[in-house]
Design a protein around this ligand. Structure first.
Ligand SMILES: C[S@@+](CC[C@H](N)C(=O)[O-])C[C@H]1O[C@@H](n2cnc3c(N)ncnc32)[C@H](O)[C@@H]1O
Length: 269
């Protein structure tokens, strides 16, 4: 869609009173089919507490979390809401998983002990977060679906990423909210898209002189995976890079520095 067409359609949407995000809401749940994956089946057949997810997330959960199914993984979800996602994780990960949820809303205590443990506090409070992780006995997976405010996301990341086990995963949901004025807004310096860019620069610090700006992830970020609205940070020890050419057989090629550059012979032909 061209810029002008986008502006016009945005204007029409605003005049009709539909918010940008609401325009993408489905009118009714999809029927469960044979072709669906387990996570899709669990989601679409949910009769338990309300869970609210963007559809793109379901295959991504499978891609990143399937390896933990049936294990004693320790998962912490920021943002409990009605308890529906804790229910989904319990069904998906199985009975051996340790599942904790935190929320700032004291009403969420009412779902404590059903599918997981719920603790009340703010994701921006480092002491609270550290206390919860101590109680869990460590954490392998963090899923931030809390306030979606850049400074809060960052405060949780700074505290929890260092506490995450090696090879653990840190997921941040709904990062599209960074563009919304209800949260930070596209041009705010707290917009979480900015630290995301810095994380990428940090991971490549070997190749520039800017150093690593985000101490929490320094040398332990194996990959920032940026999907539509869902960011997955893989933790592990990042060894210094190294490279070498191996193999003896040779075919005639131009030296790499010359590739793409015209040789004298090319110019004359
Ligand atoms: C999007 S809802 C969570 C949805 C839930 N994970 C699900 O999938 O159904 C966001 C939740 O974050 C909570 N929240 C907002 N600010 C918070 C903060 N500073 N710390 C912890 N939780 C917060 C809200 O009370 C709300 O329940």
């Amino acid at each position: 869609m061209s810029g002008a067409a986008r502006l016009l359609s945005d204007l029409k949407r605003r005049l009709s009173g539909v918010s940008r995000l609401r325009q993408y809401a489905l009118a009714a749940p999809l029927p469960v089919t044979e072709e669906m994956s387990d996570i899709e089946r669990l989601f679409w057949s949910n009769q338990g507490p309300v869970v609210h997810k963007w559809l793109d997330y379901l295959p991504l959960y499978d891609r990143y979390l399937a390896k933990y199914r049936g294990s004693d993984v320790k998962m912490l979800e920021i943002g409990v809401y009605k308890g529906g996602s804790l229910h989904l994780w319990r069904e998906y990960l199985g009975p051996k998983a340790t599942i904790f949820g935190i929320d700032i809303n004291p009403d969420c205590a009412s779902v404590n002990g059903i599918d997981g443990q719920v603790r009340i506090g703010s994701q921006a409070d480092p002491e609270f977060l550290a206390r919860v992780v101590r109680e869990m006995g460590g954490v392998d997976v963090v899923l931030d679906d809390g306030s979606h405010i850049g400074r809060h996301i960052r405060a949780s990341l700074d505290t929890l990423f260092p506490l995450l086990s090696d090879n653990g995963l840190y997921l941040i949901e709904d990062v599209h909210t960074a563009y919304s004025r209800r949260y930070d807004g596209r041009f705010s310096r707290h917009n979480f898209m900015r630290p995301l860019g810095r994380l990428t620069d940090d991971m490549h610090h070997w190749y520039h002189s800017g150093g690593q700006k985000i101490a929490a992830t320094a040398d332990h970020l194996l990959g920032p995976h940026i999907h539509d609205s869902l960011v997955v940070l893989e933790k592990g020890h990042k060894a210094p890079p190294a490279h070498i050419q191996v193999g003896g057989a040779s075919i005639k090629t131009k030296a790499p520095a010359q590739a793409g550059r015209k040789t004298e012979a090319d110019a004359q032909s």
